[in-house]
Write a protein that binds this ligand. Sequence first.
Ligand code: APR
Length: 320
Amino acid sequence: MLNKIGLIGGGNIGGVLFAEIAKRRLAKRIGLIDVKPPDLAKGKALDIAEGSPTIMADFDYDASKEYDALEGSDLVINTAGVPRTKRPDGTIPTREELLATNLKITKSVAEGIQKYCPEAIIVSIANPLDAIVYTLYKILNPPKNKLMGMAGQLDSGRYRYFIAKEAGVSVENVEALVLGGHGDTMVPVRSCCRIAGMPVEKFVAADKLEAIETRTRKAGGEVVGLLGTGSAFVSPAWAALEMTEAIIYDKSKIVATCALLEGEYGIDGLFVGVPAILDAGGVKKVVEVDLSEGEKAALAHSVEAVSKTCAEVDEMLAGL
Ligand code: APR
């Protein structure tokens, strides 16, 4: 159990996070900041606190429109930003199209962290994922272990779910990994996909695998299209909590993580989705997977997309 977990943004994902942190008893105190009037943060926190006797979970909280609610947090999870929402004409924006709006929000997020919990480990969820993590890095310049993004574990979860249903086995039997940026170029790594330790090809035909990998890359958009307003929020919150629990319980667990690369995979200075060992200090080590030539090329293509969005971040930050 941590002393305090700070949550930035109390919308759909932030709400699930708050409730789960309380239910799983992950922190003695929860801090929630959300700028939405009249006082979304206080409202969400009070609602959940009033349910705490029912689930028999003691916790204290600070909830506010101001960033002082984060004061003293050991770990913060950032969900501040607009989600993808289906447009009136039925089209769905890419995550990258959220950049201009969410980058400005991220600047105030970074200032809040800097002021009230500069030592905290940061797990960021806001989109465009890789670029927002990069923005936090540019403004805060934290040590490599203390800043990470949540995306790959969600994307891997989606891949695992689709495979489990196709193979007719429990989701518990399926191991999978999605590498690269959290966008349409992400790379489901078939060579890492196993069912109870056996190669996935033993259970699922090649054409079905192809279709599942395409669906995985577009899975976020599929949910956006169905919800009508906003994007997926339960599965992202659970994936972030898997990362958080690996840290809280000092598990040294390998989790698909958007981590700073400093030469790993031949990439330098970008945050990209890779497997990483997470322990009490955050990112302990990036794990390099042996990739096929095709997978290497797909990863390079995905990194190109991340690099392009980060170049836009650099430009926008210079203009702020
Ligand atoms: N500080 C704190 N909270 C903020 C700020 C800010 N500067 N700006 C906006 N917010 C809050 C909003 O008021 C809103 O309540 O962030 C919350 C975001 O919640 P939702 O709109 O419900 O979005 P959610 O589904 O939770 O997704 C959040 O994560 O997956 C990504 O694409 C998604 O970028 C989006 C983010």
